[in-house]
Design a protein around this ligand. Structure first.
Ligand code: SF4
Length: 357
């Protein structure tokens, strides 16, 4: 596929270059006062993006070879399907040898510290290893909208995004294509990739995949969707999701530490956890915030998200067939603060939120 055809598939988002970077900078200084002493020392560390050193030592190439080989008996995610994707076989994630991309380009819907003023360079992968009945991206994740990309095409997309001035490359829903992403990163680094990498995940990640990404990813951005295994079995078709997410987030923090935001307001490296507030408290906000504060880090940076909409198959599940009301969002924020969380994404809440209750 030629470059023009690839471009036509991008999201083609407009740049919002008028974004006030001074506001971001002021916010960064507030957040900077809240990071751990270790993270503050890291701010002066010039070894980021991390993949440059991993590439220089030859370790990145070794990781790629090992990860691609693992597709022959796939345990890339906790589903452990044990199929041979190199021979074109597919299972839960409907993805064989090559990754499929739904869209790509500068994106301004992400957290301030990622989108900055030039946007976060998102690459939305098609398909998913979870089966959330309320999937907010269901056209891509369930419907499979998107096209297969060779490693070279994926690398070209990364370099194109970098050339657009995006502050980072943001891999969205990469859990089932970690080997393919690594393979493309190697090519992109050889082609001049230099911006930080964001791993934007449901947290349904295997230990093996996260080991492959160690020394490669700068910013981990996992969801923590549910605390309760029965809720997860019903709504995401994965009873082991809470266990997997707990393990994954601990490992992510071990690799990159607390989120570090530069003086310009742009995230450099670290962990940023998203928690989507579900109707009727189904996410388990208190347990999740307690875990993040006590087991991960008291400096964990959290985005409590209010944008849940009842889409995809949510209409068949009465308990989630509505948006959360204002009091539920406020309660989730109050709970997070009560459990000790102090570092939040501070964007304005949606003005369209229903105020019933
Ligand atoms: S990545 Fe896909 S094929 Fe591999 S274990 Fe997960 S769901 Fe199964």
């Amino acid at each position: 596929m030629g470059q023009e055809a690839l471009l036509a598939e991008g999201v083609g988002a407009c740049y919002d270059s008028t974004r006030n970077s001074e506001l971001l900078s002021a916010k960064a200084q507030r957040c900077g006062a809240q990071v751990s002493p270790e993270a503050r020392r890291d701010m002066a560390d010039s070894s980021y993006p991390r993949y440059l050193e991993t590439y220089r030592t030859g370790e990145l190439r070794r990781k790629v070879e090992e990860a691609i080989a693992s597709l022959a008996d796939c345990t890339v995610c906790p589903r452990n399907c044990h199929i041979n994707r190199l021979e074109g076989k597919t299972a839960v994630c409907h993805t064989a040898r090559n990754a499929q991309v739904g869209s790509f380009g500068p994106h301004f819907g992400e957290e301030d510290c990622l989108r900055g003023w030039n946007g976060s360079g998102t690459i939305f992968f098609s398909q998913c290893n979870l089966r959330c009945v309320f999937c907010q991206n269901w056209e891509i994740s369930w419907g499979g909208e998107g096209k297969e990309k060779t490693p070279e095409q994926l690398a070209w997309i990364m370099l194109y995004i970098q050339d657009q001035g995006c502050h980072n490359i943001n891999f969205v829903t990469p859990e089932h294509v970690v080997p393919q992403v690594l393979e493309a990163i190697l090519l992109a680094v050889e082609g001049g990739l230099r911006v930080p990498l964001v791993y934007n995940t449901s947290a349904y990640d295997s230990a093996e995949s996260l080991r492959h990404m160690d020394g490669v990813i700068d910013i981990y951005m996992p969801d923590f969707k549910f605390w309760d295994a029965d809720v997860s079995r019903s709504l995401a078709k994965a009873k082991d999701y809470p266990d997997a997410a707990r393990r994954a987030i601990l490992e992510m923090h071990r690799q990159v530490g607390d989120l570090v935001i530069g003086e310009d307001g742009i995230a450099r490296h670290g962990l940023l956890v998203r928690h989507l507030v579900m109707p009727n408290g189904l996410g388990g906000t208190r347990e999740i915030m307690r875990y993040l504060y006590r087991e991960v880090s008291p400096y964990t940076y959290v985005n409590v998200m209010d944008q849940y909409r009842p889409v995809a198959k949510a209409g068949k599940y009465p308990e989630i067939n509505r948006r959360p009301i204002s009091s539920e969002i406020e309660e989730a924020m109050r709970i997070a603060r009560e459990e000790g969380i102090t570092r939040f994404d501070e964007r304005l809440r949606s003005p369209l939120r229903p105020v019933l209750g």
